[in-house]
Design a protein around this ligand. Structure first.
Ligand code: ADP
Ligand code: MG
Length: 237
């Protein structure tokens, strides 16, 4: 415990919450299956980044998390890798069900980047990802969603459009990620986020990541997350 405390202090890591799982030092420590380990190695990821060391065991334990770390710190894999594990633990999707993992991001560029990262790891298990954001034909997206997918990466506005069009339901969604939450707020997506959260079962696992943590984002996090662990890395949050 002393060792963990000193390590966290030296890297400006602040963790708060009850019964926080110990950080990992390696991807092996995470207990990932060989397929996932191979996909990680294929990305050239040798060891987890600072935020990943803290966040991976927390998220893998099923806890909600508020993760704060600057851009480029590797937040994406902190939620994508445990999402794959979470989905593989669930019963298979039946037709017209799904998705199980829902990731919201503020812009189509960011959503697209996450979508690409997600696909790299989802491929190892044949999980289907679907990108849902503006600039793509709604009809094509509708058809893709109707065909079924375990993972949706979306901007909030377009996701709501698709739910309204009944392209998908949230009945199987149990893993919700709000990425770049501060930017989603800046772009005025708070009502859309609340609407999406309101449609997902309350026993979901919820993850909120952000580069900064303004008070109104912290307030939303406290409302929609259950007993979260808060992890801040560096001079942020
Ligand atoms: P953030 O979301 O915090 O801005 P990203 O998740 O986009 O950061 O990651 C930034 C870059 O670091 C990406 O190019 C990603 O592929 C790379 N990366 C992530 N995790 C690792 C790792 N464990 N080892 C090496 N590179 C990594
Ligand atoms: Mg990011």
């Amino acid at each position: 415990e002393q060792e963990v405390a000193e390590y966290q202090k030296s890297l400006a890591i602040r963790v708060s919450g009850f019964d926080v799982p110990r950080p990992v030092k390696t991807f092996e420590d995470c207990g990932f299956a060989p397929e996932l380990m191979r996909a990680i190695a294929k990305q050239g990821y040798e060891k987890p980044t600072t935020i990943q060391c803290q966040a991976l065991p927390i998220v893998l334990s099923g806890r909600d998390i508020i993760g704060i770390a600057k851009t480029g710190s590797g937040k994406t894999a902190s939620f994508v890798l445990p999402m794959i594990v979470h989905i593989m633990d669930q019963p298979e999707l039946q037709k017209e069900e799904g998705p199980i993992g829902v990731i919201c991001a503020p812009t189509r560029e960011l959503a697209h980047q996450i979508y690409l990262e997600t696909k790299k790891f989802a491929k190892a298990y044949g999980l289907r990802s679907c990108a849902v954001y503006g600039g793509m034909s709604k009809l094509d997206q509708f058809k893709e969603l109707k065909a079924g997918c375990e993972i949706v990466v979306a901007t909030p506005g377009r996701l709501i459009d698709m739910i309204k069009m009944k392209a998908l339901t949230m009945m199987r969604a149990t893993y919700l990620v709000l990425d770049e939450a501060d930017r989603m707020f800046d772009l005025g997506f708070e009502p859309q986020i609340r609407s999406i959260v309101g449609q997902i079962r309350p026993d979901r696992q919820t993850l909120l990541f952000s580069a900064t943590m303004p008070r109104k984002v912290e307030k939303l996090a406290r409302e929609i997350l259950g007993d979260p662990v808060r992890v801040a890395v560096g001079e942020v949050g």
